[in-house]
Design a protein around this ligand. Structure first.
Ligand SMILES: [Zn+2]
Ligand SMILES: [Zn+2]
Length: 82
């Protein structure tokens, strides 16, 4: 039985780019300032205007009509439920 030639070539490059996508709105924290939706709510460039945080409209969008579709929480963020 001969080996299959080049069976795995060209696989492996397809998904590599999407996982590295950088979001300039939220600095990849996935949360933006509620008052300034193009500024991150967390991280070194956080807005700091005192407004509340909001899910990034670019990369953390949720379906408002679906109660089970909740935005991803940033590291260290603890929803108040015990
Ligand atoms: Zn702000
Ligand atoms: Zn974002």
């Amino acid at each position: 039985m001969p080996p299959e030639p080049n069976a795995c070539t060209d696989i492996g490059f397809v998904g590599a780019r999407m996982s590295m996508r950088y979001c300039a709105r939220c600095d990849n924290t996935r949360w933006v300032c509620e008052n300034n939706l193009d500024r991150p709510f967390l991280g070194g460039r956080a807005c700091g205007c005192g407004g509340a945080g909001a899910p990034c409209p670019a990369c953390n969008n949720v379906d408002a009509t679906d109660p089970d579709d909740v935005p991803a929480m940033p590291n260290g963020f603890k929803p108040d439920m015990s």
